[in-house]
Design a protein around this ligand. Structure first.
Ligand code: DQA
Length: 153
């Protein structure tokens, strides 16, 4: 997964509309920006000896290609796929072809919102799901990766 002596790489993926965080429906998503969340993830990663690589895109294909590129290179993936969560079978299939742990992350709890958000096509190929904790979820997701990679219970 990671070359000897290098920190394991965790790919953090941010899907459509997450670039608007900070001003987008703050009553649901909070006032922190995506950069703020990535900072939190990086700090949690370095505390556990892991490097975080972040990609944000509003385009499904770009995200699918990022998952492909992570194969054999990243030890784990943390993915907040935005609305792609609810319909992107292409992302589902790409994640199914990734070998390491996948942590699905949401700021809000989609299961407690509109009916169309209740189905996640990411969950069936995720190792763990963190939702509804707001920005703290970014730290929890990276901590979850560290626990999953350590193999300890
Ligand atoms: C989200 C939840 C999704 O339903 C929504 O489409 C998003 C953000 C979250 O982080 O709460 O864009 O993934």
């Amino acid at each position: 997964m990671s070359p000897a002596g290098h920190a394991p790489l965790v790919l953090l993926i941010s899907g459509p509309n997450l670039g608007l965080l900070g001003s987008r429906q703050p009553e649901i998503y909070g006032t922190s920006t995506l950069d703020d969340h990535v900072e939190v993830a990086r700090a949690a990663g370095s505390a556990s000896g892991m490097a975080i690589e972040h990609i944000h895109s509003d385009h499904e294909g770009t995200i699918v290609e990022a998952v492909h590129a992570a194969r054999g290179r990243a030890a784990a993936i943390v993915v907040n796929a935005g609305a792609l969560t609810h319909y992107s079978w292409a992302l589902h299939d790409a994640l199914a072809a990734f070998d390491g742990p996948v942590v699905e992350l949401h700021l809000s709890n989609p299961g407690a919102r509109e009916g169309w958000r209740h189905r996640s096509v990411v969950t069936p190929v995720a190792t763990a799901v963190i939702a509804g904790v707001g920005g703290a979820g970014y730290r929890l997701a990276v901590d979850a990766v560290a626990a999953l990679l350590s193999g300890r219970d």
